[in-house]
Design a protein around this ligand. Structure first.
Ligand code: BG6
Length: 468
């Protein structure tokens, strides 16, 4: 079977991870500009000041994507480039950059898929309490509105937020991301709620103002599976899915929070402060979501937690990497002997991906799905000057096959975006952990080079994955 004609084969990036030009053309400071410069916060103290210089080289990059046959490019807009202080005056130069980037995509018949928020919050807002402060919600809605008005004539695909679970949990539970706060469980749940409300209000505005095109949100998709059939571990699985999936997907797709989590949080005095008005906007906008975006890298294998409650810092510890108790100590994630893992200990399982999509269909029905991220972080081997990223090809092949099966089994998947289009800055792993189809040579003026996977993906797109 060939993938349907309107299925989008794409690849993704995020502003902070590729653009650089951190202080050019009137851009304001982001929380990451500040956080990454605190010694010890990132791998080898890397930061996005230059990143892979996409800001200046976007034409070359888009031309390479076009050569690969990419049908769609998912990128994010740096909020402080558009509003240097988060609110107030618009920076026209910031709008100009994204106008040019969008036009360049369209020139090459590449569908722009825009993420409004991929973690680079204006520092001015971070200093006023960031996502804990409901004024950030108002500021986001204004930023979203400005983007809809400025780019909506050419952009038909909008993602409000990328992975609320990551920037909220790493920001407030482990402290690995800005604002670097550890152990503020109540703050963590409050920020998730504020983000859901910001999403809902942006969706409502988008629809009310008659913009055409689709709007949705992207969540981490990290389905939990018990390591065995023991009742206590099955309970761990249910609990993990409730807190890591339902808490995030229910308010968006069902318009209400899962009762199990609400009751649990209530008992512990952790329920976020929510107004009737906020709950109403979640409720009435749920049916307006056009799709849900899934970022899938690995599942979690869980069992009852019997060890001391220590939540280690670090990005890997909170999502992919097994071996840590959940924030509430109820379960822990484990590494299993019969599973396969990446160099960063993220399990590789296309099977769990497909099973997980069925779990979503069971709970949320026929909602349209875009796979907005999926890929392999690796240290790519260079053989005679060629980047031989065979493991990446195998990873993507397995997961694309799972997507194809999902479509054949009646799951409404409308597109697949590999992470990432081009090698970029990993928030906490520097440039060592590569994901791209396009290699960036940091020892040679950031020169671009096509990887083995570049040619492979080109063939997949050209044949619409018929032979997978
Ligand atoms: C996702 C993010 O969580 O994972 C990306 O949306 C990120 O921005 C990707 O780069 C891979 O994570 P890491 O830590 O391996 O770079």
């Amino acid at each position: 079977m060939k993938m349907p004609k309107d299925f989008l084969f794409g690849a993704a990036s995020a502003s902070y991870q590729v653009e650089g030009a951190w202080n050019e053309d009137g851009k304001g400071l982001s929380n990451w500009d500040v956080f990454s410069k605190i010694p010890g916060k990132t791998f080898e103290n890397t930061n996005g000041d230059v990143a892979v210089d996409h800001y200046h080289r976007y034409k070359e990059d888009i031309a390479l994507m076009a050569e690969m046959g990419l049908e769609s490019y998912r990128f994010s807009i740096s909020w402080p480039r558009v509003f240097p202080n988060g609110t107030g005056e618009v920076n026209e130069k910031g709008l100009e950059f994204y106008n040019n980037l969008i036009d360049e995509c369209l020139k090459h018949d590449i569908v722009p898929f825009v993420t409004l928020y991929h973690w680079d919050l204006p520092q001015a807002l971070e200093e006023k309490g960031g996502w804990k402060n409901k004024e950030t919600v108002d500021a986001f809605v204004r930023f979203a509105d400005t983007c809809f008005q400025s780019f909506g004539d050419r952009v038909n695909h909008w993602i409000t937020f990328n992975e609320a679970v990551i920037f909220c949990s790493l920001g407030y539970l482990t402290g690995a991301h800005p604002p670097g706060i550890e152990g503020d469980v109540k703050g963590y749940f409050q920020t998730t709620h504020n983000v859901f409300v910001a999403h809902a209000r942006a969706v409502e505005l988008f629809k009310q103002n008659g913009h055409t095109g689709e709007i949705g949100i992207t969540h981490v998709f990290n389905p939990a599976f018990s390591i065995d059939d023991a009742e206590e571990n099955k309970f761990a699985e249910m609990h993990a899915n409730a807190y890591a999936t339902h808490w995030f997907y229910d308010p968006i797709l069902k318009g209400e929070y899962p009762e199990y989590v609400v009751n649990g949080l209530n008992e512990q005095g952790l329920l976020p402060e929510m107004t009737e008005e906020e709950l109403d906007v979640l409720k009435r906008t749920a049916p307006m979501n056009d799709f849900i975006g899934l970022n899938y890298y690995s599942p979690q294998r869980v069992m009852k937690n019997d060890s001391a409650l220590v939540m280690a810092g670090g990005r890997e510890n909170s999502t992919g990497r097994p071996g840590n108790p959940s924030f509430d100590g109820v379960y822990k994630t484990v590494k299993m002997d019969d599973k396969v893992y990446t160099k960063w200990d993220w399990e590789i399982s296309p099977e769990a991906f497909l099973d997980g999509m069925h779990m979503l269909k069971d709970r949320y029905g026929d909602v349209k799905i875009y796979i907005t991220e999926n890929g392999l972080g690796d240290v790519d081997p260079i053989v005679d000057g060629e980047i031989m990223d065979t493991p990446r090809i195998e990873y993507i092949e397995g997961h694309l096959r799972a997507v194809k099966h999902a479509v054949q089994q009646g799951i409404n998947v409308a597109g697949y975006y590999a992470w990432s289009a081009i090698d970029l800055l990993s928030w906490l792993n520097g440039y060592k952990k590569q994901y791209g189809f396009i290699y960036v040579d940091h020892n040679n003026g950031l020169a671009r080079k096509k990887k083995q996977s570049f040619h492979w993906y080109k063939e997949i797109i050209a044949t619409r994955a018929e032979d997978l």
